[in-house]
Unconditional design. Structure first.
Lengths: 140, 84
């Protein structure tokens, strides 16, 4: 799934679209997507000067967008909860941040996923993310 | 002493959500959400996971009404798993 297809699935846009390509999607089961991290990212100017490190909150957002790919296109999607977050390594310019997401449970408007982000095959972050999704109301 | 299904369900809810109450303090027919135990809609998803796993039942979107009370949850489990 390329960047055009990604933009058809989620509403995030520049500067907050934090995945570049989707490698695998098994609907309601699993998705894998990645972000190419470059020195041109605006946040590196301040996080930190002379020591560029991708902020953990943005790693969470990238993982969240990667996980959202396994669910149908929602009118709006939001993060409702984040549990068991661990940051295990630094993400720097030049890294490819690959997120694997696995569905834990979907119930009504909520869905929970287990996400793992890796760089060069090494885990850099893990979390469980709960989404709240709004779908178009069916017209009569 | 054998623990009742109701007691097991209460323990399951309390443990999963880290509630600061004991199973004895939870009434079988008290509402779990809002004024009762004060659970929210995200907690409901956690209960789908926890109840589903512990009692080996599958709770679909149409079954979400069972989380109104411990009695309703037990009723659902007894229908799905009559042997319990």
């Amino acid at each position: 799934m390329d960047i055009q297809a990604i933009q058809e699935r989620i509403n995030q846009r520049y500067p907050f679209l934090l995945i570049d390509r989707v490698l695998e999607v098994e609907p309601f089961v699993r998705s894998v997507a990645y972000k190419n991290v470059t020195i041109n990212e605006a946040f590196f100017a301040g996080h930190f000067p002379d020591n560029p490190v991708m902020p953990g909150v943005l790693i969470i957002e990238s993982m969240s967008q990667a996980g959202a790919m396994m669910y149908p296109k929602a009118k709006n999607g939001y993060i409702a909860g984040i549990d068991k977050v661990k940051f295990l390594g630094l993400v720097r310019p030049g890294d490819q941040l690959v997120t694997e997401a696995v569905n834990i449970q979907k119930a009504g408007a909520f869905a929970k996923v287990q996400v793992t982000a890796r760089v060069d095959g090494k885990d850099v972050a893990r979390a469980q993310i709960t989404y709240y999704m709004e779908f178009e109301e069916e017209k009569e | 002493m054998a623990t009742t299904l109701e007691h097991q369900v209460k323990e399951c809810i309390i443990n999963r959500l880290g509630l600061d109450v004991t199973a004895e303090e939870v009434e079988d027919d008290a509402p779990l959400f809002g004024e009762g135990l004060g659970l929210d809609s995200i907690d409901a998803l956690e209960l789908v996971i926890a109840i589903g796993k512990q009692f080996e039942v599958s709770i679909g979107d149409d079954d979400m009404g069972i989380f109104q009370s411990v009695n309703r949850i037990c009723e659902f489990i007894r229908i799905a798993r009559p042997e319990l």
